[in-house]
Design a protein around this ligand. Sequence first.
Ligand SMILES: Cc1ncc(C[n+]2csc(CCOP(=O)(O)OP(=O)(O)O)c2C)c(N)n1
Length: 330
Amino acid sequence: MSAEPQTETREHALELWRQMRRIRLFEEKCAELYSAQKIRGFLHLYIGEEAVAVGTLQAITADDAIVAAYREHGHALVRGVPMPALMAELYGKAEGCSGGRGGSMHFFDAKRRFYGGYAIVAGGLPVAVGLALADKLRGLSRVTACYFGDGSIAEGEFHESMNLASLWQLPVLFICENNFYAMGTALDRHQAQLDLVLKARGYGVAAQSVDGMDVRAVERAAREAADRVRQGKAPFFLECKTYRFRAHSMYDPELYREKSEVEAWKKRDPVLTYAASLRQSGVLDADTERNLEQSLSRELDDAVRFAEQGTWEPETSLTRFVHAEKEAPQ
Ligand SMILES: Cc1ncc(C[n+]2csc(CCOP(=O)(O)OP(=O)(O)O)c2C)c(N)n1
């Protein structure tokens, strides 16, 4: 696989925009449905960070694995987990991708090699290392893309995972979504070393940092990084500097950061700035934009209808999945 798309096409440029816009609309709808109490439990929105999932996942094939944290709606959408199955999961319906039992933080779709959704900070990293180890032992040339926030850097699992991935030369693409806050704790309040690339290099892992608000830059960096993982059969650490425009979750009064800081980052909104550049270069014309918006809005309406019409689990299946079953349920 080459580091750049074979040819830079208008279709590809538009596809990046479509995918980011699709995540944005899905999540704005989620916020609305949460306020209407249709979606319960936890809800962590990815709004502002879309360029990271969209840019990086251009470099990941259907054969590669994905492990994400709990802000994972965008990753699941780009991976191709059907939107109705995601919306039904948020509603807690049996038709959801995790049978309605996981909710927002636990999307899962083994068939598409989307291995979660982890609510425990840094919980996905050892899982990614295990998946990569399995690939290596089986002689498969696959990458495991592992997403986590800057909060994970403070966890022992980060250090153990980086160490083992480096020691055993495992094909993991570690993608740190550095939005500078772990809930209400700023990175500089919990880390002595703020250069995260240096931390990765400390484990002998090649690393790079990229502007996570620029989908093209993220895509370029991710293609190079994934190539290195694939060809060098060794881990890589990609830091994407990004920002979440919304609160940490729906319960957060956001007392830890200035409104002016949020407004300053919003000027770099990855969806709006990319759309503006496409309009300016003539790639995105008014007709194309209207058509794309209409088709996304239809897809969203269908997903909500599907979730609304979904079924609650019968009482008889309440204890199912408490113990492992011989056959993995589909
Ligand atoms: C092991 C563990 N400790 C604490 C928590 C509580 N908690 C939930 S989210 C969060 C912040 C994580 O921030 P980060 O990893 O940067 O991800 P972001 O929310 O910024 O995407 C914390 C501390 C948890 N879920 N798991």
